[in-house]
Design a protein around this ligand. Structure first.
Ligand code: LLP
Length: 457
């Protein structure tokens, strides 16, 4: 029987990193071990310890460029890819995104602040949220950031705050286009039953209301139908639906100049995943908007999209060290690592699957065994892999999990008071810290013991 080719031997797609399991610069060194960005992972762990998040700069930049290039190729009007920073927000990511000319989507004051500190120009930032606080809105208004209005309450607050600041505010409105797509229920957002956005049937009423406000200037429309989507059809439908809404808005005197079609393009986490390329995705949405505009004799609006996962996920890996083994004869062998659900909550939250290998034996040479990889948290469900085939391994060996750049660090927690890992950037044989490792004493920083308890003890 022919041996199945390891995912590490598959041809790398340089143009569309979301079609690879591994970062573009992944290699097997002359030592037979795993290297990324020209760096030996084993050496990085010796220096920076584990668990360790690592981002590959070339993969990140290629993903950004793929969006820019495809928009320029397929969309004759103006366009701007906007990175959804919830996927991985840091001063470094904001800086890199901005150096590639992308905009950024933020959903909290924290993400906004990070974007501004990272050097993203305010005119390229959009501010989302279904329950923005007054303080967050004021922060956005003061920094002249475009706000995406999600609901009536949001609109009321924005109207009041922009009037009190005597400040004209550019807004976009988010609506639910009624598109179903096949993805996990928790990350599906475009169907009518969603907590985000105005129902499409309510839009005419809304356009009328906005016409009667003093300071709100309706610039654009936004819709996002879900995440980790492999189908192209929903985005083809979305383009046409959005253009029809431009026509409705016209009847109320609004000249919509921007369409933001959200993000959602899936990535290849395992060999069973086959997402479309960035080029195909952008082509679909661009063609659909262009066709619908031509049909209705409309000038092309600026086309924006908001990819998160497909920009950063494949660029990221997480390295863990193996500790305890527990063999349950006839059932399974648990292998426990030094991280888990606090640095990657996706398996326990969405039953997500990943690919992994041993750093010292990436191609699984020699004998193989099946393992269950457990995290170190006090929770039976803290399992990163229910069953995975790896080369025989021992305590102290390192495991590399691929595709962890998105929604791992950004969704991490300190459950069980476990400090967050450090994050590194690798490129051309150099590794640089982009996030310092937390220590247990860092976690005490915000604890307060009221005076009377201090006296008691
Ligand atoms: N725009 C909006 C308004 C969004 O809500 C999202 C993701 C994006 C853009 C980016 O979508 P992407 O290109 O990353 O699919 N934590 C979940 C994913 C939640 C996605 C939330 N919204 C996960 O780990 O799978």
């Amino acid at each position: 029987m022919q041996e199945k080719k390891s995912f590490l031997k598959q041809k790398i797609d340089w143009e569309s990193p979301n079609k690879n399991i591994v970062p573009i610069t992944t290699s097997i060194g002359s030592d037979g071990k795993l290297w990324i960005g020209g760096c030996s992972i084993e050496e990085l762990v010796e220096k920076y310890n584990s668990p360790l998040y690592i981002l590959d700069e070339i993969t990140l930049r290629n993903s950004c460029r793929a969006y820019k290039k495809a928009l320029e190729k397929y969309y004759p009007g103006k366009s701007l890819p906007i990175y959804a920073s919830k996927a991985n927000s840091s001063i470094f990511m904001s800086n890199l995104i901005s150096s590639e000319g992308l905009g950024l989507d933020a959903v909290s004051e924290g993400e906004l602040l990070t974007a501004l500190k990272g050097g993203v120009p305010n005119e390229k930032i959009v501010f989302h949220g279904n329950n923005k606080s007054d303080k967050e809105i004021e922060f956005a208004v003061r920094n002249n950031v475009k706000v995406i209005v999600d609901n009536d309450y949001d609109l009321e607050r924005l109207e009041e705050i922009s009037t009190s600041f005597n400040h004209d505010l550019e807004i976009m409105i988010r609506f639910t286009p009624g598109i179903e797509c096949h993805t996990h229920e928790y990350i599906r957002t475009g169907s009518f039953d969603s907590k985000f956005g105005f129902g499409i049937e309510y839009l005419n009423n809304l356009f009328d209301r906005i016409s009667n406000t003093e300071r709100l200037k309706l610039k654009g429309l936004h819709a996002h139908i879900g995440s980790q989507i492999f189908e192209l059809e929903p985005h083809n439908d979305l383009g046409e639906i959005m253009v029809n809404v431009i026509l409705d808005a016209k009847k109320f005197g609004h000249d919509i100049q921007e369409l933001n079609v959200g993000g959602g393009l899936g990535i290849k986490y395992t060999e069973n995943d086959d997402p479309p390329s960035i080029d195909e995705w952008v082509k679909t949405i661009s063609t659909s908007v262009v066709k619908a505009c031509e049909k209705n004799n409309l000038d092309l609006p600026t086309l924006m999209c908001e990819p998160g996962r497909s920009i950063v996920s494949t660029a990221g890996i997480t390295i863990y060290k193996i500790g305890a083994f527990k063999k349950i004869p006839g059932i399974r062998t648990y292998l426990s690592v030094d991280g888990g659900m606090s640095d990657n909550p996706r398996p326990i939250t969405y039953q997500s699957n990943y690919s992994a290998c041993l750093v010292s034996n990436p191609l699984n040479n020699n004998s193989k065994s099946k393992y269950t990889i457990a995290g170190k948290h006090c929770e039976s469900g803290d399992v990163l892999f229910k069953e995975i085939e790896l080369a025989d391994c021992n305590t102290g060996d390192l495991i590399c999990v691929f595709g962890t750049g998105a929604y791992n660090n950004s969704m991490s927690s300190n459950y069980n008071r476990i400090p967050r890992p450090a994050a590194l950037l690798v490129c051309d044989g150099e590794a640089e810290i982009i996030q310092k490792r937390e220590s247990p004493s860092d976690l005490l920083k915000y604890d307060v013991l009221p005076d009377r308890f201090i006296k008691q003890n």
